[in-house]
Design a protein around this ligand. Structure first.
Ligand code: GLP
Length: 270
């Protein structure tokens, strides 16, 4: 896993947006996997700025969101569909017919989850999946104990997640108990993953994800099995990592390589 440590949340948003923008420019019809929560907001804001000021074009892009609460209407201000509409979609030129968020009001939820998987497959699979992380190390709504091979399905939220997400609702009793979520297996099939984390509350989860053992108790740790994951995190979220020096050395070597400064890498000195 590549680990990029930025000084603050703004730096994380800036860096992550550059990853996304570079893919959109290289492959205008790419498929993006999107996440909700406070963490990716900086990334979305920077992408919106790039769309408005640098003509970043989303017209051919397809998107799939990770998850949605069960029972909330898409127009409900706390639904993830509403979140995406307000914070991203309505500010860019994505085709509304290509911007998918799971439907938490589907009549047959089991069949709908399978359909969502098929829609991702028909679109050609996800090129780049953006991920936040819960305090307990969950990705999407794959709570601790979720199968690391799981697919899109219904999931009961833990008390901790309900409490964390209560800040968006009037009170905790209004937070839905169930969600539709892409599975860990679904996420692992994306071609590239971008894991974002900011703030001290994520430090423990980030340590377990990057330097801990692979376990269903920390579903983000399954990303260690993925061949192309970049974690972009801030200093606070990186606070518990023990190999920070090495991650910085890797980044330095990478930029020397990109700038053709081979002699400083000991290449061609013999
Ligand atoms: C929810 C979402 C996750 C998100 C997590 C953290 O559980 N389902 O996708 O990563 O919250 O949210 P935040 O970025 O607000 O800390």
């Amino acid at each position: 896993m590549r680990v990029i440590i930025e000084s603050d949340a703004q730096g994380v948003g800036w860096r992550a947006a550059r990853f996304v923008a570079s893919l959109v420019r290289r492959k205008p019809g790419c498929v993006l996997g999107l996440a909700t929560g406070g963490t990716p907001l900086g990334t979305y804001n920077e992408l919106i700025r790039m769309h408005q000021q640098e003509s970043l074009d989303f017209s051919q892009v397809t998107t799939f969101n990770l998850d949605e609460y069960v029972g909330l209407d898409p127009a409900h201000p706390q639904s993830y569909r509403y979140f995406m509409q307000e914070n991203f979609f309505r500010h860019i030129n994505v085709d509304p017919g290509k911007a998918h968020v799971p439907d938490g009001r589907a009549k047959d939820l089991g069949a709908y989850c399978q359909e969502y998987e098929q829609m991702i497959e028909h679109a050609g699979g996800i090129d780049l999946q953006i991920l936040g992380i819960g305090r307990d190390g969950h990705i999407a709504f794959n709570e601790p104990g979720s199968s690391l091979g799981s697919r899109t399905r219904l999931k009961s939220l833990t008390g901790e997640t309900i409490t964390d997400n209560a800040r968006f609702f009037e009170d905790e009793s209004q937070v839905p108990r169930l969600a539709i979520t892409m599975g860990v297996g679904t996420i692992l099939e994306s071609r590239q993953c971008l894991l974002l984390a900011t703030g001290t509350s994520k430090a423990r989860a980030i340590r377990s994800t990057i330097e801990g053992s692979i376990t269903a108790q920390v579903t983000a740790s399954a990303l260690q099995l993925h061949r192309d994951v970049t974690a972009v995190i801030d200093e606070e979220a990186a606070a518990w990592l023990t190999r920070r020096e090495y991650y910085a050395e890797v980044e330095e070597a990478q930029s020397l390589l990109e700038n053709g400064e081979f002699s400083r890498l000991g290449i061609g000195n013999q």
